[in-house]
Design a protein around this ligand. Structure first.
Ligand code: FMN
Length: 165
């Protein structure tokens, strides 16, 4: 079974999460392609898709959300898992956590997981620094690769069930 793991990431924290997910699924014997969402040409080749993104201002990165919108009908026919990487402390009051809950519903995804990300002050641009200064979330790397691997193991186990028919 061919599996696509696609990711939208601005500063690389989410790309590393996607890499760990891809490695775990691969270790269960599946053929896995790991791609930036912006590099994905088509998804017809894959039976299952794991798609994730960093969250900025409650939204997925545009390449990842474009992939959902562009391939919505196809995704509905496949086994799909979504994951979001963010820092909930950056969320402004009243702002929904992220738009991917809606994507998961539209697609009929098996799951939409949320993982904590990383905030590297030195990498941010001027506008981002201004926003982050106001919200003042904790800075640093809060990624939990054990939780990521456990979730990916769950995805692989479900894929094994699907493959066994
Ligand atoms: C300007 C800015 C806005 C952000 N907005 C959100 C948000 O709305 N919700 C959230 O959960 N995380 C938010 N974050 C946290 C990022 O999603 C987190 O830092 C993530 O790990 C970045 O991943 P990347 O390195 O793959 O781009 C924001 C970060 C920045 C710098």
């Amino acid at each position: 079974m061919k599996v696509l793991v696609a990711v939208g990431s601005k500063y690389g924290a989410t790309r590393e999460v996607a890499k760990r997910i891809a490695e775990e699924i691969e270790s269960h014997g599946f053929e896995v392609d790991l791609e930036d969402a912006s590099d994905v040409q088509g998804i017809h080749y894959y039976e299952a898709v794991v798609l994730g993104s960093a969250v900025y201002g409650g939204l997925w990165r545009r390449d990842a959300s474009y992939l959902v919108k562009e391939h919505l009908d196809e995704l509905r026919e496949k086994d799909v898992w979504l994951f979001s990487v963010g820092m909930e402390t950056v969320v402004e009051p009243g702002q929904p956590l992220d738009e991917a809950d809606g994507f998961a519903k539209d697609i009929g995804a098996h799951d939409h997981a949320r993982f904590p990300g990383a905030l590297d002050w030195d990498k941010l641009n001027v506008g981002e620094k201004a926003l982050i200064k106001v919200l003042n979330p904790p800075k640093g790397d809060f990624r939990d690769f054990t939780a990521v691997r456990d979730w990916a193991t769950g995805v692989a186990t479900q894929l094994e069930g699907i493959a066994a028919g």
